[in-house]
Write a protein that binds this ligand. Sequence first.
Ligand code: GTR
Length: 322
Amino acid sequence: MKIRRTLLALALAATLPLAAQAQTLKASDTHPAGYPTVVAVEMMGKKLEAATNGRIKVQMFPGAVLGQEKEVVEQTQLGAIQIARISLGVIGPVVPEVNVFNMPFVFRDIPHMRKVIDGAVGDELMAKVSASPAKLVALGWMDGGSRSLYTKKPVRSPADLKGQKIRMMGNPLFVDTMNAMGGNGIAMGYGEVFSALQTGVIDGAENNPPSMFTSNHYSAGAKYYTQTNHLIIPEILVMSKVSFDKLSAADQALVKKLGREAQLDQRVLWDKSVEEHSAKLKAAGVEFINIDNKPFFEATAPVRAKYGANYADLLKKIAAVN
Ligand code: GTR
């Protein structure tokens, strides 16, 4: 009996320090299970769990179950959510420096954007997020593709957007962008777009093909997808600073390393997803309208002038990336 009790005590002593340190990091994504960003963060979680012998796990909460992105940013700042994959669009209002990536037509194309986020400018912006008072630590970038317009009536030029209410993400920069493009920009959370389209509160929205398909917006009346490619907004993976500061230096370095790996893992999944969802949208009857987007580029020059003045140096560096 005594021996058994001693053995039990020994076993408990051996597991307690581990158990005490074990933690599960809650991760949030607005997208559903299977979406590239969700899968990439799950992969990161598995790597983290393996590298720490199960001491640190990641539990993914997809499909906006922890809230819309604006709330998720707030919850992450407080430490109630530990990891968030969000559009950089919603970080702009809390870390204004990142708005340089949120400007219309700031990247020439997707390869340009990727080179920028993979390089020194990408690092510089991540450092700005982490150093800002926003209580967020940037772990890596992800690909959010290129955003184009989807509407109930076909749009081919800025004039066709006159009087059309188009949903934009909650950042004044995007409302200004849509207004400059000829429409009326309406800021609203992603989760409200479907019913707003159905009820006629809005006439359209803008996004990449995987988002347009998985959110079902095409089945709420948005049948025309005009290739404006006006915004190429990277996604960002952030950790709550409150939670990050509680990790050991070694764990912090590990989380950062895996965040960067997730950046490249997601990219592979993303390319497949764009192809697959473009085909699915077409099969569902969405008409892709190919246009020369120069008139939209020209129409948004005042937005670049207004916001770009704050980032003259960064803009030069972005343009210089080949
Ligand atoms: C998606 C992006 C989401 C969210 C959404 C939106 O492309 O991946 O993080 O920002 O757009 O329009 O709100």
